[in-house]
Design a protein around this ligand. Structure first.
Ligand code: ADP
Length: 190
């Protein structure tokens, strides 16, 4: 099973991913979390990520694709599949993912787009920036991330629409209500 949780920065992917991964026994793979761990550990990957993340830009596709493939490959028998959070973020990443899955006669079951308006996204990220140490949750980087999302990531939607794997879920409201709506879509798709 491969489920993608998609949506703009600040839409609640991280929060919902944890709930989904637990309920459906999926391995939660968050490219943002992986990069933050690498940055904390000061690895070569982390050092190169820091520049992109601070500026709100995407890491180069080849680096991210290589990194992600390692994580999907390491198969854990106790898991029923993977939940991708923060990947794919470009059409090239989506193509690489689907090519990889095709090799084992698989395909993404569904991409769930968590819809939240821009005003709400900005206020959530500003709040998170005050509560945590995320280097990218400041007004200037937030603006850049939203621009990068519109220019480079939003197009992933049409890639999955063409495959008939795209669904949208309202990301406003109570966490448990949003989760309930996500579960309905997952159950239709598996
Ligand atoms: P967000 O809250 O914006 O969804 P993430 O935690 O998913 O944040 O990602 C933080 C940063 O990590 C991004 O702004 C980007 O620099 C980098 N990053 C994460 N995933 C990818 C990806 N798939 N491709 C390129 N860069 C990525």
């Amino acid at each position: 099973m491969t489920i993608i949780l998609f949506g703009p920065p600040g839409c609640g992917k991280g929060t919902q991913s944890e709930l989904i991964a637990e309920k459906y026994k999926l391995k939660h793979i968050s490219t943002g979390d992986i990069l933050r761990t690498e940055m904390e550990m000061g690895t070569d990957l982390g050092l190169s990520a820091k520049k992109y993340v601070t500026e709100g830009k995407l890491m180069p596709d080849d680096v991210i694709i290589g990194m992600l493939m390692k994580f999907i490959q390491s198969n854990d028998a106790s898991m029923k599949g993977v939940l991708l959070d923060g990947f794919p973020r470009t059409t090239a990443q989506a193509e690489a993912l689907e090519e990889k899955l095709t090799l084992s006669n698989k395909q993404t079951n569904v991409l769930i787009d968590l819809r939240v308006n821009e005003e709400e996204l900005i206020s959530r990220m500003i709040l998170r920036g005050k509560a945590t140490e995320r280097i990218d949750d400041n007004p200037e980087t937030i603006k850049k991330r939203l621009q990068v999302y519109a220019e480079q990531t939003y197009q992933v939607k049409s890639f999955y629409q063409k495959l008939n794997k795209y669904v949208a879920v309202n990301g406003l409201g109570k966490i448990e209500d949003i989760f309930g709506n996500i579960c309905i879509e997952i159950e239709k798709a598996i």
